[in-house]
Design a protein around this ligand. Structure first.
Ligand code: G
Ligand code: G
Ligand code: MN
Ligand code: NA
Length: 258
């Protein structure tokens, strides 16, 4: 209960939150990699507890409904950062923001996203929203309508943790999305596994056929990256490249990897 009232206070101002950014890159060649974007990940600097992980407070935010205020802060902050980078000549091709199921299903979502994108002035195609398959189960017709509403703003859409959820192929072909983010569970054991390379290459081929991009998440070793490359996966994200970075460190990373 203590944490809940603290979260309520934090959500009211946003002052205790910060965004970290994890680079997404083209498959590295000879050690060098090109930054193709970044995923924004929220952090809560609690005055007493210190840094609280989103794994801890996002579920609480979902239960209490505070996720709307927190998600609003995240989206505005991500767009403001991106606008600042573009104005400063720092070439960050895109920034993605995670949406939890309750945010996705909120009737205010499409208009809110449109307003934030327009008032920030960022080119809409440089903003991406990451949705999980779980957000779209239930009323599929409604999900497709929301996805088209978001698509109509001109932003990009990805399915996060792909392969762990419920999308059937019949649904997938109706989703106006851009990218499948291959869940890190398929990356973790890809070097030793007799099945995971085939799963990854099947996802890559499926994405190709449907006109989607792919990116592998949670890449931690060179060996995993090499195995992903053999499955024709050409974009990666993970500790091998970089942990999520605070704004200063992220700006240095982009400048050094232009
Ligand atoms: O950054 P970290 O790996 O600790 O994130 C833990 C979880 O919190 C991940 O599932 C991530 O998607 C989620 N998360 C991080 N930032 C946000 C955010 O701004 N909004 C939502 N809804 N989820 C987030
Ligand atoms: O659910 P989502 O995919 O949004 O989760 C993002 C989370 O994954 C963040 O909390 C981030 O810190 C974490 N993460 C990013 N890269 C790696 C990695 O290489 N290994 C592991 N174990 N976690 C990672
Ligand atoms: Mn994500
Ligand atoms: Na993920």
């Amino acid at each position: 209960l203590g944490l809940e009232s603290d979260l309520r206070r934090a959500a009211a101002t946003g002052d205790e939150f910060a965004l970290h950014f994890q680079p997404k890159v083209d498959m590295p060649r000879r050690g060098s990699h090109r930054v193709i974007g970044a995923e924004a990940l929220i952090r809560w600097r609690h005055p007493v507890r210190g840094l609280v992980s989103p794994a801890e407070f996002i579920p609480l935010a979902e239960e209490t409904g505070l996720i709307w205020e927190i998600g609003a802060w995240t989206l505005k902050e991500a767009c403001a950062r991106l606008a600042g980078w573009l104005a400063a000549g720092l070439d960050v091709a895109s920034v993605s923001v995670n949406l939890s199921p309750r945010q996705f299903q909120d009737a205010r979502l499409v208009n809110f996203v449109r307003d934030v994108v327009e008032s920030s002035g960022v080119p809409p195609e440089r903003l991406e929203l990451e949705l999980t398959e779980g957000a779209m189960i239930g009323d599929i017709e409604k999900a497709v309508t929301i996805l088209h509403g978001l698509k109509g703003i001109g932003i990009r859409l990805s399915i996060d943790d792909f392969g762990t959820g419920y999308s059937s192929l019949a649904y997938l072909k109706r989703f106006p999305i851009n990218t499948l983010k291959i869940d890190r569970s398929f990356v973790r054991d890809i070097v030793q596994s007799s099945t995971d390379p085939a799963i990854v290459s099947t996802i890559v081929n499926l994405a190709d056929s449907l006109g989607f991009d792919t990116i592998a998440e949670g890449v931690e070793t060179e060996e995993q990256a090499e195995m992903l490359r053999r499955q024709r996966c050409t974009r990666i994200q993970g500790f091998l490249i970089s942990r999520p970075l605070d704004v200063d460190a992220f700006e240095r990373f982009v400048a050094e990897n232009a």
